[in-house]
Design a binder for this molecule. Sequence first.
Ligand code: ZN
Length: 658
Amino acid sequence: MTDEGVLENLTRERIIGKLSLLVKVLEQISISFLLFTLLLDLMRWQARQKSSFPLFPLYGFLAFIVTCLIIWAISLYPRSNALVGGDYLPAPFREFQPECADYVLENSSFKDISRIFDCKTYKNISDRVIFSLSLQKNDISLDNWPNNSATAIELAPWPEIHPRAQGTKVPILMYHDILPKKEVFFDVTPGELEAHFQFLQEIGATPISIDWLISHLRTGIPLPAKPVLLTFDDGYGGHYQYVYPLLRKYGYPAVFSIYINKMTQKTGRTSVTWQQLQEMAADPLVQIVSHSVSHPRDLRLLSDADLEQEVKQSKQILEKELGITVNYFTYPEGKADDRVKEFVKKAGYRAALSMNDLDEHFAGQSPDLLTIGRFGQSRTREVVPQAWGGDPLPRTDGGFNFATTIQKREVEFPTNTLVLISGGIPKTIHADSRYQVEEIIAGTEAIAAVDGGFFSLKELDSNQMIGPVLSQNGGFIPGYEGEIGKLEGRPLVIITDRWVRYLPFDPARHNTLEGIAAEAGDDLKVTDAFVAAAWLVKDGQPQSRESFGTLYGFDALRHRAFWGINQAGQPVIGVSREPIDSMALGELLVQAGFREAVMLDSGASTSLAYQGQSQVHYTPRPVPHVVALFPPTETYIVPINHVGIPCVIFADSCPAGS
Ligand SMILES: [Zn+2]
């Protein structure tokens, strides 16, 4: 769909919204009229006035029929697939200002588009993003989308970075010349570049466009798995000759930072030509950004007049020569201060890329949108595996999400590091003896697992648990009558296909299958249950010292295993890298986004496996029970359109079949 097409659709949506309001009013009037005339006739009949023909009720009935016809006619009016966004969307769409800026995504169906137009609050659009979706398009329950969450999508005030995006890890890789024979250390050969691209492909990285990155930094809307942004500086000839064909081959978007004099003057190295650049700029994979006019070594040293020319004129020339809008600036040598940033802002740029060899960091950890940090390309293999696009948006309805792909990440805190694996469907496995966790999930579909509940240490290879246990492979086994009294009040974990609950364990009620099944209600089947060690997080709050009661060693420093549900409703399993006490762990888990979390058997049993590999740096005690994450039965891959906006938003602008 062209920009005009989208705008036309949006205008149409607004008209429909207004018409539906009008129809509602008509509806009310006609019903009132009908009732009024009926009443009038009744009064006349009572007064024994002679009226041979019920004239007034007929008029009322006719008005009612006409209204129905209007409603039917409006329902025939075609509606677009457009999801309307405020500042979130690229420039052409931003000009459209939805009237009501207070719409909140309320449920997964998005069937009632009229809600958007019903809301009466008028707010400043720049602070909030509005979404509306077509009636036909209700498949929005996507991995990286606010999956049926009641979530308002708010923009951070420009140029701040949204708090949610401050915790994600998006590496921006910086390349310079690409040529067959290296001349300086930062040169890269076409073969090396393709090896990088292959590496990205192998580890499941997702190169994204700069528009999508900026949207993410402003809204915190999560990005796909292992997001990365590719950037190429200075407009070398190799960018057209070697880079561009590779981008097309792999379907990777990239940013090219161009300075004007490179195009117009002969320099030592080859340059891309205007003609080549025009061809590239017309390709949706390519985003051209300004890199000044003359590439001064340090913009901070320029006079106001020169500085203005460097940032403003470069934008104007690129826009004129290439027929595009240039929204971003790249500082030559990464040099900028507040004055330089002010000029970049005044020239109308939406964000600016920087670089600093001594302080390279992920995009979200940049000071602001006008100083976005990058990594030198030599760090590709080190930083891209760490890339993390964020959890799905938090849901405020307490619901669950078992339909996302399973991802691992490490969250670093000053005091400790948590290894977290989120997504998928949670299930337990009760093995026939004691094994390493990776051995227990070998041969199953499980992608990851953490050690589970307490087990009896009396015999070396017994799989006897202390509390009752229900698993899909082992069925129900009651706990040791003699010992379960000790577990009273500890979290009883109950898992169904749709939710997970943590209830205080009651030995009198919960040591039978019937007792546990009764907690799920009539329409649901409990698939798994066991007793965990203690609550670490309840309703998004860390637990106090008192709450751990007499739990053995709760305040000792130990390696700890845990599992729970995050704010997005996904299951999450994990371990602490370093020994930690229970209260401190609860606080870190809250910061890591947990809504509920319980401790599992910890200390020497603490173990975590992911894709067949143990994730702990020691040999843990073998265990008979694990909490495992299985792949979702339905996964959603979000296709993106040319500017990096998910296809559910502008379905028509995406390639056919996506
Ligand atoms: Zn440069």
